[in-house]
Design a protein around this ligand. Sequence first.
Ligand code: 8YV
Length: 325
Amino acid sequence: MTKPVLLETGPMMALITSQLAEAFTVHTLPDAGPARDAMLAKVAPDVVALCTGGHTGVKSDAAMLARFPKLRVIGNFGVGYDSIDVVTAAKRGIIVTNTPDVLSEEVADTALGLLLNTVREFGRAENYLRSGAWATQGDYQLTRGSLRDRTLGMVGMGRIGQAIAKRVAAFGVPVVYFSRSKKADVAFPYYSNLVEMAKAVDTLMVITPGGPETKNMINAEVLSALGKRGVLINVARGTVVDEPALMAALRNGTIEAAGLDVFWNEPNINPEWLSVPNVTLLPHVGSASIHTRNGMGQLTADNLVAYAKGAVPKTPVAETPFKGW
Ligand code: 8YV
């Protein structure tokens, strides 16, 4: 029996590809160039399953999806699926799956690390030691920032947001949150207006989905409301933050500091970031441990293999609920 055809939109973990290869005929798109176009033209008419992820740089937008007339399922390696046009997928009855839960605790750990590093300057302090300056110039400067006198405003209170809020609360830091609607099962004080919340706190933690609805949500008005002691942490998507506005706010003292794990146009980030001193920069490592990536990879494979086996996918996204293949 011939296997159904699956296309990986870029290289995936061996753990994923090896399991997919048992159930599908797998093709992997090369990065760019004529070989990529040639492969797409050749296999697209037969593709029933796509394995993708934000890291592949391929957007499954309406034009891309139109190339796959037989497409039935998209397995996204990652919880965020802003690179996939789920509205078009839903209209065509294509099931989109993602990897919730398995990365929540890891991303929350990273968020706390980034927050602490941003206010207490651990990266810069380590560089100071490594440069030999401790012995020759004395102790590293006292940090202007501290968690001790802060109030945190969460921008987004989904599963990862709640894991972050729990950790921050355990550190003795008051937490409030802004999201589209008040969560029945969340006890932290709720704000329905982001600017009002930014005025009331001095630290913002961004963990809201990407996509058009949240594009440039953290803009000049929000940053100015956050104020001079303001610290902004973003572990969501680069697109949620108006980068030129943030860069200006950091340079002219509108806010104090920022910590970013995500950027516009990853991995080719705006090179100007490298010369902004009061920002901690991480190369999108929120979920990037072997333990957690293995969990994400397994869930991605399980969701796609479910199609080949006629089984129920574990984690379809809300926009494309599973009703049968
Ligand atoms: C990964 C992520 O970097 O899950 C997400 O939405 O942003 C990260 O865990 C990404 O999925 C890799 O493709």
